[in-house]
Design a protein around this ligand. Structure first.
Ligand code: ADP
Length: 698
């Protein structure tokens, strides 16, 4: 039996925060889920599994205290009505069952509020702080508005205590109302809430004091605040933030510290390594006597223990690493550190939330599916008929995940056959794109896990034909043969192949070592995510003059949803990549690339080479061939043929993992190819009858 490394024992000390005691130092900081108070059972199950996996504290997502901080269409833990808080109380109950403390992050968005449903005006320190994308100005808060918001915090805090929450936050970070008050750019008030730091800090400090008076005897009071303004919180000096911590010291039981804007705090692995915030967050120690929790995409127990030993933090905070592996603390405690499903820092969780989907994860297909689909990250329903042999063709992420889950479900003979000498599929080259190395953790985790799964045999370097599959002797066949980038330049803006596309390279060819002639190279992108910027950066690094051309109206718009768009564009600009947006290329001649701008004008550029990042196509030939001959399948004793991952439709890597996981969970269903419906959680209202019954029809 593996044992905990004694160097990690420090992570399991208890820590007292005000009137509460944490069972250990693992702390799931507040983070969005897309469930909020609208889907309380889904939300409670999502948080509870973290408590079960050993996190000593588990927090909700942002909990708006007032209807003028309504985040619709995003789903937050709204708590301005008593019924909302009752629903959120399910989280506290579920978390307590596993011995953890429950935290709630009381929040007001100020000028950043959306108010999509409430249609109330946004409130701000000064009218100048309206957010430009809304094409409307915020209302400068009156003193009455300030008092009312503070009252909303107090009401929410009392309700939170009464429904069982242990830790009550005043959310001060990430540019929302409290940070807007602190900034001289967004707060230009002439009254006691504007001007010198003590005035700009007055709203958060008073709110903390009022919250403490109301519930401080029963609950721990926390504030989340940046220790440095980073690049995206203008008008706040780092020294002032440290002064703020000192001023707030007597009012809180816990400081939750981070850096700058959300894009920096949840920095992707492209630009932010483990513990990258420490140079700033470590400065808080000198100005407070209170416990500190900080984040830094911590996945290494050695790093975590080092941070605690250094005295910089008392608690290891995590959002993304806890999504990727809810059992991270338990695995450290049991000495199973090679089983940790390490966060990749790809920010798929955030991308989904930004698109108003519920939380998801590149590493953990079960994140958010605990209630809706009944999936547990570490527990698996035993196979109904374990002796059915399974042949999986293709060991990309879909095949690897499917094989692992089938193995864990107890299928006695699972064969995963891969054509290439190594497993991993397209992630093998994606991880070699500049700055995307941590994405390769998806392969590493599964390779290690499969090496312990004796009932799964991984066979490398064997490209199977349909005849091979028919002769294999397997009862179930799963095709995870993936997809590849079209070399013919097929794209949304141009029907059929691109003239002269045979002159161009695909991303796979570049990653296999082929290169355009020296000189100027065009990387043409209609995909909008990471591949084209990655190829552009790679070639620029090798000395090519790279022009990144896209039919879209900005470079890599998808990266905005992973919070890295601005940094990515800045980085590409800084290394000399030239951008051309709103251009659709339709012809590649020798030495010239021809296109048309979105405004109807011809566009040409001379170039020695082109890389086409246009669209992918599923590699589903085997699937079609097999299905085309049912009698051959019957004669071979094959009871089912299924396709998963990019072989079905090329999508983001997280969806290949999800698809592989889903089929393995549901392969005993009557029709495994058709995904089983999930539990659709609806607000608990009585079944409606008619508008007349509600006095509304005319
Ligand atoms: P996904 O994202 O769906 O997992 P990938 O494209 O990443 O898809 O991976 C597909 C994998 O399938 C690749 O590693 C590829 O080499 C493998 N593959 C494709 N066809 C065959 C085949 N006929 N026999 C074995 N492996 C195959």
């Amino acid at each position: 039996m593996p044992q905990m490394d004694p160097r990690h024992a420090i992570l399991f000390d208890t820590v007292t925060i005000g009137p509460k005691t944490l069972p250990n130092r693992f702390y799931q900081v507040p983070h969005a889920s897309g469930f909020g108070s609208a889907k309380p059972l889904t939300h409670a199950a999502f948080r509870a599994v973290k408590a079960e996996g050993g996190w000593g504290a588990v927090c909700t997502d942002y909990a708006p205290v007032s209807p003028d901080s309504d985040e619709t269409p995003a789903v937050a833990s709204d708590c301005w009505e008593a019924a909302d808080m009752h629903r959120l109380g399910l989280i506290a109950d579920a978390v307590h069952e596993h011995g953890a403390l429950a935290g709630i992050e009381l929040f007001h968005g100020g000028a950043s509020s959306v108010n999509g449903e409430s249609r109330y005006p946004r409130l701000a320190p000064t009218q100048a702080t309206a957010e430009p994308q809304y094409a409307s100005m915020a209302k400068e808060m009156t003193l009455a508005d300030i008092r009312r918001i503070q009252g909303d915090f107090v009401t929410a805090a009392r309700r939170a205590r009464d429904t069982g929450f242990d830790i009550i936050y005043v959310y001060g970070a990430h540019g929302y109302l409290m940070t807007q008050m602190l900034s001289v750019v967004t707060n230009q008030r002439a009254d006691v809430y504007g001007g010198p730091l003590r005035n700009r800090a007055r709203l958060p400090l008073e709110t903390l004091a009022m919250t403490r008076d109301a519930v401080g005897a029963d609950c721990a009071i926390a504030i989340r605040m940046p220790a440095a303004s980073g690049r995206e919180l203008p008008g706040i000096h780092d020294e002032e933030l440290l002064e703020f911590f000192a001023m707030a010291d007597s009012l809180v039981d816990l400081f939750d510290v981070n850096v700058g804007s959300w894009a920096e705090d949840s920095g992707t692995s492209r630009y932010f390594g483990e513990a990258s915030q420490l140079p700033w967050t470590s400065k808080v120690r000198a100005v407070t006597t209170k416990p500190i929790v900080g984040v830094g995409r911590f996945t290494s127990p050695d790093t975590m223990a080092g941070v605690i030993r250094s005295g910089n933090f008392d608690l290891i905070g995590a959002a993304r690493p806890a999504i990727a592996d809810p059992y991270l603390p338990a695995k450290i405690r049991q000495g199973r550190i090679d089983e940790i499903r390490e966060c990749t820092g790809a920010n798929v969780c955030i991308l989904r939330e930004e698109k108003f989907s519920h939380v998801g994860c590149l590493q953990n297909a079960t994140a958010g599916e605990e209630y809706r689909r009944g999936w547990h990250p570490e527990k698996f329903t035993p196979a109904r008929d374990p002796d059915r042999s399974v042949l999986l063709v293709g060991a990309g992420l879909a095949g690897l995940e499917c094989a692992l889950v089938l193995g864990r479900r107890g299928y006695t003979a699972v064969h995963l056959v891969e054509a290439e000498p190594e497993v991993g599929g397209k992630m093998r080259w994606i991880r070699r794109l500049p700055t995307l190395g941590d994405w390769g953790r998806t392969i590493d985790h599964r390779v290690i896990a499969l090496s312990k799964q004796a009932n799964v045999q991984v066979i490398r370097g064997s490209r199977l034909t349909a005849a091979d599959i028919l002769n294999y002797g397997a009862e179930l066949v799963i095709l995870a043969t993936g997809s590849r980038w079209c070399g013919d330049g097929t794209q949304p803006h141009h029907l059929g192949p691109l003239s002269g596309a045979d002159r161009a390279l695909t991303p796979e060819q570049v990653m296999a070592g082929q290169r355009p002639p020296d000189g100027r190279v065009i990387v043409y992108d209609t995909d909008g995510y990471f591949v084209a910027p990655g190829i552009a950066e790679l070639l620029a690094g090798e000395g090519y003059e790279v022009h990144l051309v896209t039919s879209l109206d900005k470079i890599s718009p998808v990266s905005d949803d992973t919070l890295e768009g601005d940094m990515l564009r800045q980085h590409l600009h800084d290394i000399g990549v030239t951008f051309h947006t709103n251009v659709a290329i339709h012809q590649l001649d020798a030495g010239t690339v021809l296109g048309r701008s979105a405004w109807g004008e011809s566009w040409t550029i001379s170039a020695q080479g082109t890389v086409l990042v246009t669209q992918q196509r599923s590699d589903d030939t085997l699937y079609r061939e097999l299905l085309a001959d049912p009698s051959a399948l019957a004669a071979a004793g094959i009871a089912g043929v299924y396709a998963i991952g990019d072989a079905v439709a090329p999508r983001m890597p997280s969806e290949a993992v999800f698809d592989g996981h889903r089929l393995a969970r549901q392969i005993d269903d009557p029709d495994p190819a058709a995904p089983a419906l999930w539990v659709r959680e609806r607000p608990a209202t009585a079944q409606p009858t008619s508008l007349h019954a509600h006095g509304l029809a005319t």
